[in-house]
Design a protein. Structure first.
Length: 171
């Protein structure tokens, strides 16, 4: 009798753990990226349903954070399309989402995707691993194309002055 009671408890616990197992996983096509401020990069997330029922009402959300507490990061500056509403994912199926991100801050930045089910769902939210973005500050003489303009305008003005003086002396 005691043995059958223990078996029943084991079966109930096994069923409970199986039912509460994570049904959603999030994977990424890369773990790191190196770029400069102002440049764009992309990565692909794969949201998989490892459960036995179709999951619908899922929302994937892009999150951006800094490893450095002294660096302020506003995720809206990084991507204007940070929330994606996903089509239903069948059991053992998956879907992919391509994320386009613009590097706004220099430093070590973490970018990750979280998937949240609709309210009332028994599925727990899932977060994927981070893409570690190493973003360098862009240092160059030609900052945004201003160097040719800054050098060219004075040269053109000096050239015009020379032409005007030569014509005046010729007359």
């Amino acid at each position: 009798m005691k043995r059958s009671g223990l078996m029943l408890v084991a079966v109930i616990l096994a069923a409970w753990f199986a039912a509460s197992a994570q049904a959603l996983t999030v994977g990424l096509d890369r773990s790191s990226v190196e770029t400069n401020i102002g440049h764009r990069f992309t990565f692909v997330s794969t949201i998989a349903n490892t459960g036995s029922t179709t999951e619908s009402g899922l929302v994937a959300h892009l999150n951006v954070l800094s490893d450095d507490p002294g660096v302020y990061v506003d995720p809206e500056d990084w991507s204007s399309h940070r929330t994606r509403y996903l089509a239903p994912i069948p059991p053992h199926g998956s879907t992919t989402v391509t994320w386009r991100v613009k590097a706004v801050n220099a430093g070590s930045i973490g970018v990750y995707v979280a998937v949240v089910p609709e309210s009332g769902s028994s599925v727990r939210p899932a977060a994927g691993p981070m893409v570690h973005a190493s973003i360098t500050d862009r240092r160059s003489l030609n900052s945004g194309g201003i160097a040719p303009l800054a050098l060219g305008v004075p040269l053109v003005l000096v050239g015009l002055l020379v032409v005007v003086r030569v014509r005046r002396r010729a007359h």
